[in-house]
Design a binder for this molecule. Structure first.
Ligand SMILES: [Fe+2]
Ligand SMILES: [Fe+2]
Length: 229
């Protein structure tokens, strides 16, 4: 059993949204994803770090979820800034059951145990490019910090692996509130996505304090899930 991560599938089976307009890396990206997942086994787990689908509501993401459910391994999904279909955990869980999507779970104020000693934690996070004024930012960061802390607490004594959509470190930018939680809870690895094309140049891959950071945006890793553990 191995743990993998990849962000930003940006699927659009139900809507006409060709992704190759975002650059040559996105040409046939669904085929690349199918190929990239082909080395995973049914016992493996892959965290999908947000920006899952362009769909606007749950019916609009059904075909994208059918594709994800058909990929090998168990998939754990968290929210990205483009996931406008995201709704309450109750509605999303009912959606999975109604459609028989048995290999998909959500990461939202919770944690999933992995193996004997590890846990999968995470939330969307926050990013300076979303800034819309100091009060708005404070409110959004505070909410995301609460979500991440709820997730980290839910992991108990297990070794914590964090998955975010927004990178907490990018170029010269730092998100101190999120980085402090990574330090306090002795997080081993932090994966994030969101960055595409030119902005991948400032992605941070390396150690910051005691945490290893990895950018797992789909186009940054050739649409091949990145092995974490
Ligand atoms: Fe994205
Ligand atoms: Fe994003």
């Amino acid at each position: 059993m191995s743990l993998y991560a990849i962000g930003d599938l940006h699927l659009s089976f139900a809507a006409d949204k060709p992704m190759d307009v975002f650059g040559p890396a996105w040409e046939n990206h669904v085929e690349k994803l199918r190929e990239g997942f082909s080395t995973l086994g049914e016992e493996d787990v892959c965290v999908l770090c947000g920006d899952i689908s362009w769909g606007m509501d749950l019916p609009g993401v059904r075909e994208d979820f059918r594709f994800i459910d058909g990929l090998p391994g168990r998939k754990i999904i968290l929210k990205g800034n483009h996931d406008l279909w995201w709704t309450s955990m109750t509605k999303m869980t009912a959606f999975l059951e109604e459609n028989g999507f048995s290999t998909i779970s959500f990461l939202h104020n919770n944690a999933w145990p992995y193996g004997e000693n590890a846990a999968i934690c995470g939330t969307r996070g926050w990013f300076y490019e979303e800034s819309r004024g100091e009060n708005h930012d404070k409110k959004m960061i505070a909410r995301e910090v609460l979500r991440l802390e709820a997730s980290l607490k839910a992991a108990g004594d297990r070794e914590k692996y964090v998955f975010l959509h927004y990178p907490p470190k990018y170029g010269n930018y730092l998100c101190p509130e999120i980085l402090e939680l990574l330090r306090t809870y002795d997080v081993k690895t932090c994966c994030s996505g969101h960055l595409h094309a030119e902005s991948l140049r400032w992605a941070f891959n390396g150690w910051y304090e005691h945490t290893r950071h990895l950018c797992v945006s789909g186009d940054g890793i050739g649409f091949r899930p990145c092995k974490i553990l």
